[in-house]
Design a protein around this ligand. Structure first.
Ligand SMILES: [Zn+2]
Ligand SMILES: [Zn+2]
Length: 577
């Protein structure tokens, strides 16, 4: 069909005749170009460029969290700079407030002029990040809601409500001169949403009937059969926990899971427990959500973290960060008795109410071991239904495809094998749909000749350090130039598996680190500093290589910064002997 049309078009015959009633795409229109800059072939760092004619916009600007062994790197973001010569980006559209969709906005916003569109909650989660970076761009933040329409250049952009693990999420329909581009954002189909805000099936179906040129769909849970379930599905599991717990209930979760927070606050109220939020992420997000009415806490239910000690343990529920075993978050500190306000006892129950992000299994397992040593009970997804995914499973993805029946389908948000599976599902749902598989940096062009990847743009990534600990305000972009400038310092530390004591004087390996008289003196101090870091740690910390690496890294980076102004990449290797 596209082939035939292009011939006719070249022959100068007018195309209205050749397009059936459900056809889309406007022959003669400029080609539509899509470039995924992140989120395809990996998880996180979601960003998509949509361009047609003289208009170009970005959908989402997310971060990715590094593997635990990429010490010294706190965040990874997509690099938009290679695009700037080719496209003038006129707006950034945000689907929802998760880090993997908004985390890179502070780094990207300086590269274009124009508005940033997001729902009320999305923008509220974004604002503190922009403030942290000293970016005064408040005038560019533009609040939108479901069913709103805005115009950017030759595009009309429309927002459709979807359900996910947090409130106020939208899909984006972009009406371009070449046809309609529909981006689902992250979604599942929660038929009983906690806030009563349903997926806008009606509008999805209308757009589908009128003709959608290309659908980009979330592939995160394409491997799961059936449906993912409602946020409400965890209520029974938590009710059991609240009914049987004799001591404190400690729940670690993602700090953006506001529905989960609401369920826990309501249960705590029902079971006469006070709720304390512990850890920066859950404290900040719960405050934002309360201020905007997305989280309702009955009067007298919430207490400060510093008040936990003054209540009997059976009267307390703690909502905290650290579900992934992150060394600086609340739960891992609580688990080794290293938290100012919260401790664990043998009657306590600790619930991991989150997905185990691949790569974090070891760190999570270590935290569980520490908790078990304190005699507390551990509950996680495999034991009780205390977590539900925010991403649609196979049947939900099929429903979306059959509502929209796009001409082209680009699976997004997933590893390549998942994108490929999603493409197969699309073909089975709608034989008329042509899937296009792409990876980050691929330029997908859609014109009279069809849709295909035509070239690769140099889409890189930028590694960022220094945003994880709140106290370091001056953030450093660790691009390659920088790494080359200050180099790499690797302290190799051998510790005794039982005692956690140093087995021998640490070795220090450097690469690209300029060694002169001054820096040589600094390097000589490292074994002493490592020794001091180990001495000041508890036995439990010492015998946990993950915690020790982080402690040594933080100490040494501070040392280099203070003494020399240098910021080498510090990558401790801790061996247990
Ligand atoms: Zn999300
Ligand atoms: Zn996401």
């Amino acid at each position: 069909m596209p082939y035939r049309r292009s011939l006719l078009f070249k022959a100068g015959i007018f195309i209205a005749l050749t397009i059936g009633p459900d056809s889309t795409g406007v022959p003669g229109a400029p080609p539509l170009e899509l470039i995924p800059l992140g989120g395809l072939g990996e998880f996180g760092m979601n960003m998509m460029l949509v361009a047609c004619g003289d208009t170009a916009i970005l959908v989402d600007a997310g971060v990715m969290f590094p593997d635990p062994d990429m010490l010294g790197v706190d965040l990874i973001i997509p690099d938009v700079r290679p695009l700037l010569q080719r496209y003038r980006i006129q707006a950034l559209v945000l689907t929802h407030g998760h880090e993997d969709h908004i985390g890179a906005v502070p780094h990207v916003i300086g590269h274009f002029e124009g508005p940033v569109y997001g729902t009320k909650l999305t923008l509220a989660f974004l604002e503190p990040k922009l403030e942290e970076h000293g970016a005064d761009v408040r005038a560019r933040l533009t609040e939108i809601g479901p069913r709103d329409r805005v115009t950017v250049g030759s595009f009309t952009i429309e927002f459709l409500r979807v359900t996910h693990s947090m409130p106020d999420c939208v899909a984006v329909a972009i009406h371009t001169p070449a046809g309609v581009v529909l981006h689902t954002g992250d979604f599942k189909i929660d038929q009983t949403p906690l806030d009563g805000q349903h997926v806008d099936f009606h509008r999805f179906a209308q757009l589908g009937a009128a003709g959608v040129l290309v659908l980009m769909g979330d592939s995160t849970n394409v491997d799961r059969k059936g449906v993912s379930g409602s946020e409400r599905d965890v209520i029974d599991g938590f009710e059991e926990v609240f009914t049987s717990a004799r001591g404190r209930i400690v729940i670690a979760m993602f700090s953006s899971s506001l529905y989960r927070m609401q369920i826990l606050v309501d249960l705590a109220d029902q079971f006469d427990r006070k709720v304390a939020f512990v850890g920066r992420g859950v404290m900040e997000n719960s405050q934002i959500a309360m201020r905007l009415g997305y989280l309702r806490i009955p009067p007298g239910v919430q207490i400060r973290d510093s008040e936990i000690k003054s209540y009997p343990s059976q009267d307390v529920a703690i909502i905290c960060t650290g579900s992934q075993g992150e060394p600086q978050a609340a739960l891992p500190r609580i688990a080794i008795d290293d938290h100012r306000h919260a401790k664990l006892d043998h009657d306590d129950v600790v619930v991991f109410s989150a997905r185990e992000i691949p790569g974090n299994e070891k760190a999570i397992g270590r935290v569980m071991n520490h908790i078990a040593k304190r005699g507390a009970e551990i509950v996680y997804e495999g034991i009780k239904h205390v977590h539900v995914s925010g991403h649609g499973s196979e049947e939900e993805l099929k429903l979306m495809l059959s509502l929209v029946r796009p001409r082209y389908f680009v699976p997004i948000h997933g590893e390549y094998r998942q994108l490929a599976r999603h493409a197969r599902i699309a073909r089975s749902v709608s034989p008329g749909t042509k899937p296009v598989l792409a990876e980050n940096g691929d330029l997908i062009r859609i014109d009279e000749e069809g849709a295909r990847v035509v070239e690769k743009v140099p889409a890189g990534r930028i590694l960022i350090d220094g945003t994880r600990s709140g106290e370091v305000g001056d953030e450093v972009l660790r691009d390659r130039r920088h790494l080359a400038g200050d180099g790499l310092v690797v302290p190799v530390v051998a510790i005794n598996r039982q005692s956690g004591m140093l087995e021998e004087t640490p070795d220090v390996i450097t690469r690209g680190f300029v060694v002169d008289a001054r820096t040589e003196a600094l390097l000589k101090e490292i074994p002493g500093l490592v020794g001091a870091a180990i001495d000041s740690a508890s036995v439990e910390e010492r015998t946990d290589p993950g915690l020790m690496k982080e402690k040594i890294r933080v100490d040494l980076q501070r040392f280099f910064r203070k003494r020399s102004g240098l910021r080498p990449f510090v990558l401790p290797v801790v061996m247990e002997i």
